[in-house]
Design a protein around this ligand. Structure first.
Ligand code: ITT
Length: 190
């Protein structure tokens, strides 16, 4: 069976994708290939960062691999926080601080539209392919729900009256940006 390294230390993500890939590919974690170091993420776009992570693994470990990077893009803020979503309010990477800053920057702003976007970069036999997943929605004015993580309590996907943080993991997993990018990756691999 062909082996493919997933550039994440999140065992849950690995398990989910492995279940879908089944017999076709065996997923390896960073630990399994002996990669303990932080992967470089210094790009200014999701595309650049996910490519940088995958390229690093390919160059240093000579493995087929894929990496993902995600962010929240707010129309009225010209696509910010985007690639800086995790550290929007500073290097402490606090979800609460990030949400507070975003709501402050959007106070009094009429256009609340936003999208979550994921870019996955696959390097297979040395060839690079990228897959994008987008979910459109809006930023509401106060936090609702306690599921999920990050900006979930203030993001309401289009066509829904609840936030991502009010959905079960399964419900969010059916429509999320990450799920859409993973689906494209999987249909490419199959
Ligand atoms: P890893 O790189 O270790 O996987 P990360 O937190 O950087 O962790 P992502 O690159 O997927 O994960 O996402 C970057 C940030 O974008 C994340 O910290 C959140 O603030 C935000 N974000 C991404 N996906 C999200 C989601 O589904 N719900 C809420 N916020 C999300």
């Amino acid at each position: 069976m062909k082996k493919l390294c997933f550039a994440t230390n999140n065992a849950h993500k690995v398990e989910e994708v492995q279940a879908i890939l089944g017999q076709h590919f065996e997923l390896l974690t960073l630990n399994q290939i002996g990669c303990q170091e932080e992967l470089p993420e210094t790009g200014n776009t999701l595309e650049a960062n996910s490519l940088q992570k995958a390229q690093y693994l390919f160059d240093h470990y000579q493995v087929d691999c894929f990496a993902d990077d995600s962010g929240l893009e707010v129309t009225a803020l010209n696509g910010e926080p985007g690639v800086f979503s995790a550290r929007y309010a500073g290097e402490q990477r606090s979800h609460a601080d990030n949400i507070a800053l975003l709501l402050k920057n959007l106070s009094g702003v009429e256009d609340r539209s936003a999208q979550f976007r994921t870019v996955i970069t696959l390097i297979l036999d040395g060839k690079v392919n990228q897959f994008e997943g987008i979910i459109k929605g809006k930023i509401i004015e106060e936090l609702k729900g306690s599921e999920g993580f990050g900006y979930d309590p203030i993001f309401m996907p289009e066509g829904y009256e609840v936030t991502f943080a009010e959905m079960s993991i399964e419900e969010k997993g059916e429509i999320s940006h990450r799920a859409k990018a993973v689906e494209k990756l999987i249909s490419f691999l199959k």
